[in-house]
Design a protein around this ligand. Structure first.
Ligand SMILES: NC(=O)c1ccc[n+]([C@@H]2O[C@H](COP(=O)([O-])OP(=O)(O)OC[C@H]3O[C@@H](n4cnc5c(N)ncnc54)[C@H](O)[C@@H]3O)[C@@H](O)[C@H]2O)c1
Length: 383
């Protein structure tokens, strides 16, 4: 067995996503399984260098996990020839500048979404990275959720017939921060800091819709800040300048329509924090993070609208669970592994900075649709 090391500068690992999903559940999990098997007796061994602004916080994480390398000077890290990949899970507003520096330094790039705060910046990044000849990837974790993998299996197996519509419901109540601590960082609620649910979630909806059902061709969105005053990490009140709820309608290539509600000001009355109902001529499905249930046309009840009578049947109980039929790994880890194989073996990988730019484009057009009060076309992007 030969071991090939890949050195990854991981920026933003003190944050929620950077620490839990990317460092612990992905990179450290790959190390715990003995590295990434590349075939032919070779194993790829990811070696993280923890990058950030606060050395003591980085050291504390490193010690907790038996790591040794931390750095607070990004420029010096990028000047280090032994670093292969730059990874970014910083706050959104800090991302574009750091990614540009990493591209200029010739590093491969793997990054959280959104890749930039506007389309011009996101496209610029995609172009710079492509002309620099580096490899680049953008997190599209929802594609690797067990529920959506089952949904994809149903689509590929022809279960739906013609797909007519997709209804997505995402969200949960994020506490204001006064009498109960907020469970999301306060920058999410300040647009000047890159916050807002459209910027956060429309990039996800773009790739989910695109990869499963068809490219988004038009967007029409209504956006709100339902909770205008919140309390930050220090307990200080602030004005929420960013949207906390978005009600979007997306027309898709191929004719289906998707309607997705995204909200941090909604209480959950669903089985999972996100659910997509897909209705087709031959059957319907409801997919969440982990589960997916279906109703075939042959098992579809024939309800009759009569408000004078109590409901006579339990509609939810008439659906059937789709079995796992596979072992599902953490979605972030699964995508990291594909990216690392792309780096090590040159395997194809299409979730790149251009794909990331499509997400930023949909967010930008969603906000513009709301501001202008009209439906907007979503032009196809190219480099
Ligand atoms: N893929 C997903 O499902 C998903 C989910 C949530 C967030 N995200 C994305 O991940 C990124 C990080 O989100 P998070 O929720 O982990 O945020 P967070 O606030 O928990 O973490 C932010 C990280 O950025 C660092 N940072 C760098 N410059 C900063 C600055 N000027 N101000 C504050 N922090 C700064 C922080 O130290 C921290 O390590 C965002 O871009 C967000 O859009 C992705």
């Amino acid at each position: 067995m030969t071991r090939r090391t890949v050195r990854i500068a991981m920026n933003g690992v003190t944050g929620r996503m950077g620490y839990r999903q990317h460092l612990v559940r992905s990179i450290l999990a790959i190390r715990e399984q003995g590295g990434l098997a590349l075939g032919g007796g070779e194993v790829l061994w990811p070696e993280p260098v923890l990058v950030g602004r606060r050395e003591h916080a980085l050291r504390e994480i490193a010690e907790r996990h038996g790591l040794t390398e931390v750095a607070t000077d990004l420029d010096a890290v990028l000047a280090d020839d032994s670093i292969d990949i730059y990874f970014d899970a910083q706050v959104t507003s800090a991302r574009e500048e750091a990614l540009k520096k990493a591209v200029a330094a010739g590093k491969h790039i793997y990054t959280e979404k959104p890749t930039a705060t506007d389309l011009a910046g996101a496209l610029d990044l995609a172009r710079l990275a492509t002309s620099a000849g580096i490899k680049h990837g953008v997190v599209q974790d929802k594609l690797f959720l067990p529920g959506l993998l089952k949904l994809k299996r149903l689509i590929d197996g022809g279960f739906f017939g013609e797909i007519l519509s997709v209804r997505g419901e995402f969200g949960y109540w994020v506490f204001e921060g006064d009498w109960q601590e907020a469970q999301r960082p306060s920058w999410n609620y300040r647009s000047e800091d890159g916050g807002g649910i459209v910027v956060d979630m429309f990039p996800h909806w773009e790739y989910v819709l695109h990869e499963l059902f068809g490219r988004v061709t038009t967007v029409s969105a209504h956006v709100s800040t339902h909770v205008p005053r919140r309390w930050d990490e220090q307990g200080k009140p602030y004005d929420a300048t960013a949207d906390d709820s978005a009600y979007g309608i997306f027309q898709l290539d191929g004719g289906a329509v998707a309607q997705i509600n995204s909200s941090w000001s909604v209480r959950v009355n669903r089985d999972e924090l996100v659910e997509f109902q897909v209705d087709g001529t031959h059957g319907s499905a409801v997919a969440g993070l982990r589960n997916c249930r279906v109703q075939h046309r042959s098992a579809t009840p024939k309800p009759v609208w009569n408000p004078d009578l109590p409901v006579t049947e339990s509609f939810r109980d008439q659906w059937q669970q789709v079995p796992d039929n596979a072992e599902f790994d953490n979605g972030f880890k699964a995508q990291w592994e594909l990216f690392l194989r792309h780096i090590a073996l040159d395997e194809p990988y299409h979730w790149d900075l251009l794909a990331g730019a499509r997400g930023v484009q949909l967010a930008e057009l969603g906000l513009r649709s709301h501001a202008e009060g009209r439906r907007l076309d979503v032009p196809e992007l190219s480099l």
